[in-house]
Design a protein around this ligand. Structure first.
Ligand SMILES: Cc1cc2nc3c(=O)[nH]c(=O)nc-3n(C[C@H](O)[C@H](O)[C@H](O)COP(=O)(O)O)c2cc1C
Length: 363
């Protein structure tokens, strides 16, 4: 039953990628162009550090799958791609492993193929501390994601309908495992209120997991006989909106959901993300064109991200937060409603808080 669901998710997510309009709210974030801001490429590095974690690049393949024969092969290929490109990699939910330990290999292949990489285990918010620890042990994981997905569970025919235990359980897991805990949404977004609450629960990192890419309300609705939750399509906050909302929320944030190309990665970093996760876009590349194509695609993204930082005058991903950004359209309306002033984002490079003001975007 779980194995069938995992195969359905992959099929429906790829179908959705093929039908996606191509637009999302990252399009409402623009860099102010400063013609003399550029650096020399050799001055630029992609390393990022947050919550005691250091990555050589600020990109990761976010949680997708495992639990069936087919998804085990997908995990093998994702692990190979992560190993060859140096990006971090998260497992899909490991509930299937707790129900049927015989499918352990479909998850542990993530570590087997990528022995030196940064690997993240993934459990739901009802997992016991013991299960969470078993998930970490199976992958020799460097961090643990707990996914929070009330919308998905609501639409999923066989979904969980009891959510009140999630917050205390997250606190227990965060206190009980010996790797950093990341709480992630699956495409509906974490509000700043939620991020603050997570901080109080001992969570180290929030993966904002916003709207704009894979839509799990649509995926689960596609698995319902009557398809009667169509009205929940597009629920939630976009990833760009979440980043703006979480500016002062207290935890380091990762951005995922609807990341389509290196410019979206740069936009997310400029809005304060410490790292940027991609699922659907990379899954489609893998399934359409194979693992070599995925390796090539990630390599090109990292190369172009370096090029964008060079052009924008940012020596590191963190320095992108000194770049001037214009917030437009519905995203600007969101800011107004949530009490966020978009004005200062457009004038950050000349902020007196920076060591030396230039005509460029950064110090
Ligand atoms: C096929 C598929 C399966 C997924 N399964 C999981 C999962 O098991 N656990 C989880 O936390 N997120 C899961 N996700 C959600 C992704 O991690 C991510 O939050 C979401 O897809 C939005 O990112 P995207 O727009 O780049 O696809 C899955 C995504 C896809 C495409």
């Amino acid at each position: 039953m779980i194995a069938q669901r995992k195969d359905d998710h992959v099929r429906l997510a790829v179908e959705q990628q093929q039908q996606h309009s191509g637009r999302n709210q990252f399009d409402e974030v623009a860099f102010v162009h400063h013609a003399l801001a550029g650096l020399d490429r050799a001055e630029v590095g992609l390393g990022t550090a947050f919550a005691g974690i250091s990555w050589q690049v600020p990109l990761y393949i976010n949680a997708m799958t495992g639990g069936s024969e087919r998804t085990g092969l997908i995990n093998r290929d994702l692990a190979i791609a992560a190993r060859e490109t140096g990006v971090a990699l998260a497992s899909g939910s490991m509930s299937a492993y707790f129900k049927d330990p015989d499918c352990a290999d479909t998850f542990s292949v993530l570590r087997k193929e990528n022995p030196g990489g940064f690997v993240i285990a993934n459990v739901n918010a009802t997992a016991s501390v013991d299960k969470a620890s078993r998930a970490v042990d199976l992958l020799q994981a460097d961090a643990l994601q707990i996914h929070v997905n009330t919308v998905q569970e609501t639409v999923m025919p066989e979904g969980d309908r009891s959510f009140s235990s999630w917050a205390p359980r997250i606190g227990e897991i965060a206190a009980g495992v010996d790797v950093p805990v990341i709480v992630k949404e699956v495409g509906f977004g974490l509000s700043r209120e939620t991020v603050r609450r997570l901080e109080g629960l001992g969570v180290r990192v929030a993966d904002l997991g916003g709207r704009g890419g894979t839509d799990f309300a649509r995926i689960e609705n596609g698995r319902r006989r009557l398809g009667d939750y169509a009205y929940l399509t597009d629920w939630g906050q976009s990833t760009a909106a979440c980043l703006l909302d979480a500016q002062e929320a207290g935890l380091p944030v990762l951005a995922s959901g609807g990341v389509r190309h290196p410019l979206d990665v740069a936009r997310a970093l400029a809005l304060g993300a410490s790292g940027v996760g991609v699922s659907g876009t990379f899954l489609r590349t893998l399934l359409d064109d194979g693992v070599s194509a995925l390796i090539e695609r990630i390599t090109v993204w990292l190369d172009q991200l370096t090029a964008l930082l060079t052009m924008l005058g940012a020596r590191t991903p963190a320095e992108l937060t000194h770049c001037d950004l214009l917030i437009r359209g519905e995203l600007r309306d969101f800011c107004a409603d949530r009490g966020i002033d978009p004005g200062p984002f457009a004038r950050r490079s000349s902020s007196p808080d920076l060591p030396n003001e230039t005509t460029g975007n950064t110090r």
